[in-house]
Every structure is written in structure tokens, then in C-alpha cells.
Design a protein around this ligand. Sequence first.
Ligand code: GLC
Length: 815
Amino acid sequence: MKKYGHFSKDGSEFIITNPTPPHPWINYLTNEEYCAIISQAGGGYSFYKDCRSDRILRWLPENWHFDRPGRYIYVREKGKNGFQIDEAWSTTYQPLRRRPEFYQCRHGLGYTTIETTYDEIHTETTFFVPEKDTCEVWKVKISNRSGKDRVIELFPYIEWLLGDYHLELRYRNIMNLYNLIWYDKENSAILAKKTASWGMLNIQPFRYTAFFASSLPVKAAITRKESFLGRNNTEERPSGLTEETVKSVPLCSGEDGIGLFSHQLKLAPDQTKEFTIILGQTDSKQKIKKMLAKYRNIKLAEEELDRVKQLWKKRIYGNVEVKTPDKDFDTMINVWVKYQLYICNFWSRSPSYYHEGSGGRGYRDSCQDAEAAVSINAELSRRKIITVASLIRQDGTTAPGWSDTDGPHRFLPNKDHPVWLTSTVSAYIKETGDKKILLEKVPYLKDSWINGATKEDPNWKKGSVKSGEGTIFEHLKKNLDFGFRDTGPQGLPLIGHADWNDGIDSAGIKGKGESVWLAMALVRSLKLLAEIAVLMKKKQIANELNLKIKEMARRINKFAWDGAWYTRGFTDDGTVYGSSRNKQGKIFMNSQSWALLSEIANQDQTKKVLASIDKYLDGEHGAALFYPAYSEFDHRLGRITMFSEGTKENAAVFCHAVTWKVVADCMAGRGNKAYEGLKKIMPNSQRDYELYKTEPYVFAEYLIGPGHPYLYGEGSFTWITGTAGWSFLAATQYILGVRPEYEGLLVSPCIPSFWKRCEVIRHFRGAVYKIVIENPKGVKSGVKQIFVDGKKLASNLIPVGEKGKRYNVKVIMGK
Ligand code: GLC
């Protein structure tokens, strides 16, 4: 890692010291409306509300190879031979890529600062997105360290995309024709919009205006791409940079557009000047004016940056903190995983540096993100619970997700949706004690797509019409009733177009294929709902749920036990997958880990399952999703067999699934295995970054698996993955073992035997617990005694304390 960077001492920044790490190493700067993705060299794009429908800056597929385009400031100075492109530079290294005398990028919580020095001119650019305004600010400090007077020219530069990114990809030549970009004298800003918005659903007036502005006096402004780049050129060698005078091109109509300003600065020896660049999008001229006035003022911009830094500090620190003998582990869990989890909660799985970003938010992902966030921001989780619940229909089925701009999604959901929300609600109540949420009324979804109506239907409103309402509890019950009903020939849940594993998308398309993992997940959720029913004193419902649990567990053990592990499912024609009878895809991780999570395996089965995981799935770079990888397309299973061996769902070390294995290890008391399992996928614990390649501060979606001929161990698709949430839960609630229950805080650590002492600071229902875990005998699990403020507890459940009080808890592990 040292070759490319390191964490700051307190772990709150990752400092990149080489502008070309093996992949772009990025940061997300965002409030909940505006988001800017930025790499260590200024690469990336921005969007407003939805990364598909309202993208502002251009992003190109494949840009993880070349890390362009992005947000740039070109700099030049007249030399003996006029203006030479090789003598110009860009303040973030890209796109001119001249070697800097000094380079450093600090990705922090809510900001990124890139510093470079060229020809003794030092710039420090801090990029951030304000707490509420829908824009981004680049705050630039430029210093002359040369001892001579200098006159330099600066050219801030961006490339517009404007509007729907998917349509842009498909109809590149047509989408340009809708561009309208102009220099607005009144605001000294470049404004940009499409003539209208040609969306997925219909044509509407373009809702927004994008803007680009600077706090420096504007000598010239260019809006047409060709005018600055020249013909046959990219941003890497813009011919405009060699022209003596850069002239204004104030109008771009129906072609590729950019935003570029020309500024001149005189800098005396040792002089530092500051300025800001502002880029954003909104729906009114007044708002643009207000944002420009605010952020052109350096002092106000600085104050806002401070506010953003404070806000992130408040979000990250002071909720759950761990102190273990492993500093890397602590840095991930205390800082970066929480930060990653926030980004997942804000934007789900769409805005990525790796794929085109389909927009919207997925049902299952949102439930899991919200569940993991309850201990750090219960209010955020609560809001999400309400939104997700309103995607449930009267018949218990769900929409697969929603978009903030287009409403509920109108395609078929995967079959696993019924199993997630109950878990989130249960976690939320255990954390907060807020049982009232169960009685909160939420509308049911009646979407036109499912009912065969079209958007011409007078009832059609943003894709949905309300169809009565019910309490959250009723929503959950209907949702799980549907899950229990929606079964195949053996009474196991249908897999339809896939379950959690998006890749198994053909096993059930004829309506018969079944999923064993889903049956287990269903059992777990039914158990959680039965607990909730008891809590609500609904005895009859609890009994009904208990019968269902028993019945589903019986079917799993009857039809899916394979001798030494559980199978993964059955295809439409009844062929088993994930069985010793298969040549490939013999054993899948999820139906082993969830056999433990759902507690359907007996002691003997548990032993066998764990031994099989160790024998077939665990490996040098983590536990694989299944073994062995598929080497040939199998239409009975689908896309899972299309991926190159070891990549994505075809037997990668899929980090999200690894975290469930870690939980299962903890449930079985395997402290060393749990810790090692998590460490193998931890981004800051990798041994070889030439191999791993991706950011050392956020989890990847997966590491390429052992089936791949030469990339085993490479990290892929970082940031937006369920791994963030579940690694946080696995580490804090299962390894350190501090787990909220309805009646209090359960302490049941399962740590590596060589950890002698660790600490957890836990805020819980208004009180603060300092929990010191001592492990004198070097055990992996088991609590001998617990003392709260010196008083011995009868069990390992700390009862709910008094609000505002601090408690000292001592936990002694052993038998
Ligand atoms: C991706 C998706 C997630 C899915 C997983 C497995 O991470 O975001 O929803 O469950 O892949 O297919």
C-alpha cells in the first residue's frame, strides 16, 4: 500500500501519494440530492437526484482504465516559444498528465483535496458538496513558490452530459442535438440545459438548469467542445491551450458542450491567492444566484466546508466505536465502513465509477443498508423503512425498487424481496425501542404495470396509485405470507428471475425452479416476525408463524440436505444445483452460512456444513461464493454461468456473502475463522496492491475468485455494495458481539483467541456503555462474567439503562 498512499494518523483521511494507483481511487462527495464522484486525479462525474436521469457531467464506460473526463483546471504560462502544450499542466494531474514536482490527494469524509506543484506553482484544490445546496465547490489556493513574479493563466474545465445517461449512451448523436449551453453575462456563469427532457417514460420540459461559474474575473468563456479541444483531440491535448488568446465562444447549440473559463492571475513571490469554482444544477434562477453569491465568497465557502466536515464527524464518530489489537480493523470499522455505508444508504447501488448506473434504488439493497445503519443513524433507517414499506402491495408482492425521479420500478422483482424488510424493522426496534413504528400507517402500492394499466390510466401517478393503507406490521405480515405461499413443487420458495444472487436468473423462469437459500432466509425472517408478534401480544399470529417456520425448516431438511452440506436449489426441470451430484457449482456458500443464520441445521449438520466450507470454499483471498466456478454457459441457470470463471457471481470471493459467513462463524463460536475471514477481504489488509488494485479504504463488491486463470485476488466494483453494512454488523455485533435485543444489549463476543483485550463504546437508547472485554484464557467465545459498574450480571444481557447515563461494563471471557 505504501507505494500509493496511507491513512492519516487518526484514520480519517486516506492520503494518496502517487497520482496513478492501479485503478482510480475515488471518493463520493454528496448530500442527499447532489453527488460528485471524484478520483485522485480529478476524474469523475456529478449528478442531481438520480444518476441515470439527471447526470450533469460526462462519464465514459471504461473510464477506470484512463480516469477521464473529470473536473479540471488547466494552467499555462507564456514561455520563450509562446504557449507549449507540454509546458502547461493541470492542477489535479489529469488530463495533461505532466509529472508534478509534488503530488498528494487526501480523500476525507465529505471532501477531497488534491495538491500539486508544477514549476514552483503550488495549488491545493478542495472539492466538496455543501450540506444542503445542490452544487459542488472547488476551493483553490494557488501559491507562487518561485521567488519571481509570475503571470499565469487558469482554465477551469468540465464537459456537460445533461439529462438521461442511458439514452445518451445509445443515441449519442441525437442527445447532443438537444444541448443548449450559453454564457450568461448577468451571472458571469455558463448555464446549460437540454431543450427538453426525453426520458424513459415521456418527453417533458427540461426540469433544471445546470451552472458553472468562478469567483475570478472571466476573460473568456467557452461552451463548445470543439472550439477548445480542436479537431481530433481529447482533453489530453486541447489545441486551445496553445493559442495566444483564448477567445469566448458563448453559445453551444445542438452539439457537444463544455464549460471553460479563461482567467489570468499575477502572483508576486510567496504570494497565495484563493478562488472558487462552482458547478451545480437546480430548478430556479434565484437558487442559482443565491448559490453563486454564497460560494464565490471564499469565507462563506470555507465556513460551509467546515460545516460539512463537522457534519460528517458527527455522523461517523460517537455512536459505535471499537478498540482492538488490530489498528487496521479499527480504522475500517470506526471510520471508513460507516462512511461507505452512508454512501450506500444515500445512493443505493447506482452511481458507480465502474458501470453506467441504472438509476433508482433497489428494494433488497435499501433494506440491508437501512438495517446496518440503525446504530449510527436510526432516523435515516426509519425513513427508509417507511419508503420501502410503501412498495409492498396488498397481495404481499413488492415493486423491486424506486427512483426518486420516476417513482416505483415497474419490472419484475427478484423473489427474495419478502425476506428483507422484517429484518430491518426488527433491527430498528431492537436498537431504538421504538415499537410504535409497527403501528404506523403506510399506503399499499398498486402499480399500474402489474395491473396492466398504462400511464394513460387516469389513476397513474408517478407509476403508482395508492391502494388503501395498513400498518407496518400488516405490510410485513402480508409480505411474508406471500413469501410462504410463493413456493414450487417441493414447497420451497420459487426462484423466478433470481433471488439475492442476481446471476441465477434462469433457474426459475418457467415458474418451477426453487431456491434453498431463499427458504432459509424466509425461515429467519419468519422467526423475526414471530418475535415481533410476541412483542405485540399477537399470540395467534405468533403461533401461525411458528408453524410456518417448522414446516419450511422441515422441507429444507427433507429436500435440500446433500449429505455434507445443503444444496442451493432446483431448476425448472427439477435439476439440483449446489450439490455433490453437480460437476460444477457443487457447493454454494449462502446455503451453508444461512443454514446457521436461520438455525435450521442440527449439531451434526452444522459441523458438516462448517467442515465443507473450510474444505471447498475458503481460500487464500477469502471464501468463494461457490465451488467450482462454471466454465460453460448453462441456460438452465443463466447469467451466473456467463461470467468469466471467478468473476462476479460466477464464484468470486463475493464480499457481501463473505460477511454472512463471518456471522455464521461467530454463531458457531469460530472466532479465529470469523476474524481471518473478514481480514482477507478488508481493503486495508491486502498484502499486494498490484494484485488487489482497488481502494484500500472501502470494501469491494468482490475479489476475483480462485477459478480465474490469472486474476485471483483482484478487487472489483468498490463502494456500493451490501458488504459495507454487513461487515459493520459482523464486526460490531458478532465479532465484538455487542448486539441490541428488545430487552437490552447482549454481549457475546467471538474474537480471535490471540486478542487479549478489546473495547467497545456503544451508545444505546440514550445511554453510553464503555464495554471492556478481557480474554485472559485466550478463548474464542463464551462469557464467564459481566459486571456493570462493578455489579455482576446474572446473564450476558445488559438491561436498558437510564438515558444520559454512562456505564462501565467489564466482560470476562471464558467458561
Ligand atoms: C450486487 C447487487 C445485489 C445482489 C448481489 C448478488 O451486489 O447490488 O443486490 O444481491 O449483486 O447478485
